[in-house]
Design a binder for this molecule. Sequence first.
Ligand SMILES: NC(=O)C1=CN([C@@H]2O[C@H](COP(=O)(O)OP(=O)(O)OC[C@H]3O[C@@H](n4cnc5c(N)ncnc54)[C@H](OP(=O)(O)O)[C@@H]3O)[C@@H](O)[C@H]2O)C=CC1
Ligand SMILES: CC(C)(CO)C(=O)C(=O)O
Length: 349
Amino acid sequence: MPPRILILGAGAVGGYFGAKLTRAGQDVTLVDPWPEHVAAMRAEGLTIRAMEPEDCHTTPVRALHLSDLATLLREPAFDIGFLAVKSYDTPWATAMMLPLLAPQAPIVSLQNGINEDAIAAVAGWGRVIGCAIGLLAAELLGPALVQRNSRRGTATAIGMRVGEVHGRVTPRATAIAALLEAADSARVTTNIWGERWSKLTINAMRNPVSAMTGLAGPARDADEAARSLSIRLGSQCVRVGRALGLSLESISGLDIDLLARAESEPEAMAAITRQILAHNNSRSADQRPSMGQDVRKGRRTETEAISGLVARRGAEVGVDAGLHARVHDIMLRIERGDLTPHPSLVQGL
Ligand SMILES: NC(=O)C1=CN([C@@H]2O[C@H](COP(=O)(O)OP(=O)(O)OC[C@H]3O[C@@H](n4cnc5c(N)ncnc54)[C@H](OP(=O)(O)O)[C@@H]3O)[C@@H](O)[C@H]2O)C=CC1
Ligand SMILES: CC(C)(CO)C(=O)C(=O)O
């Protein structure tokens, strides 16, 4: 019998994983709060569009609306819970998932930000398994329609890293990485905290800059002012991570040492610029980071869990993360409707 899998949050990420795991023969139940999306998945299946034609498909999936969650109490307990809601929804989503899980069942966050502490506060550290998604860029285009805008990982460009919070390789982490191979290449890591901070660095570099400027990913990286801000944000984020004692991993083809120095050293800035431009065709032209999608949809963003988090940790360890604080402030003003996204918002930062 395959393990019973619960995915809470069936947006771009939850939907993508749900469809891929279901197609691989896994026993998956998707739960989401958007009524039209759930109704469309139930009626027509979940459609995935992707850059590779062999990845485009429509899959019949099991989908429930959040208000029907309690009906799952009458079924056998789930063996694994995946969280794919936005970071700010983590505490309630964990609490709602917990009674549906078997006593030792792990909870894996597929989210950005660093939400493991919030999950552990509700479910206990013994349940928590980390996952850093390196290569997936996706968007929920409409009910039951997810588009993957990045290429799939390979055996050398690894799509995901799964790891225990204590860093040892365990059978359950190994089994979850093997399960996730249905969606993208996945490996177990002994450095999940370093992986998480590296992914946070990518998000803190890209997500708010696209959200503020309105630029899609490739256009943002082609724009000199936006790209320069992005790199300086990356520099500060790496230095904060290192001051926290983390050993950061290379991600998205970027040399972490160069990135750390890029804010203050012109040669490092030039080298990182070349690395970013060399990878600028790995996404489709309309790839937009999730925070950019949120702003376009008029939804709340994860700025608190991304730029806000880096700014707070920087203040704690006494490392300058002032750019993140300023970007966070702009994002909050955009959310309130006091500012409209425009490329000029990066000027002067
Ligand atoms: N998208 C990506 O490429 C990646 C995202 N992540 C992370 O994964 C987590 C989940 O994000 P993601 O999957 O992108 O989130 P999505 O925005 O795709 O979906 C999240 C939720 O938003 C709501 N929603 C989305 N679009 C609409 C709409 N048009 N109308 C009404 N409701 C809508 C739904 O519930 P509700 O109404 O309750 O919000 C949905 O469950 C986040 O932490 C994110 O940072 C990680 C890697 C890559
Ligand atoms: C695709 C990527 C890496 C863009 O920063 C992401 O994680 C997101 O959209 O939130």
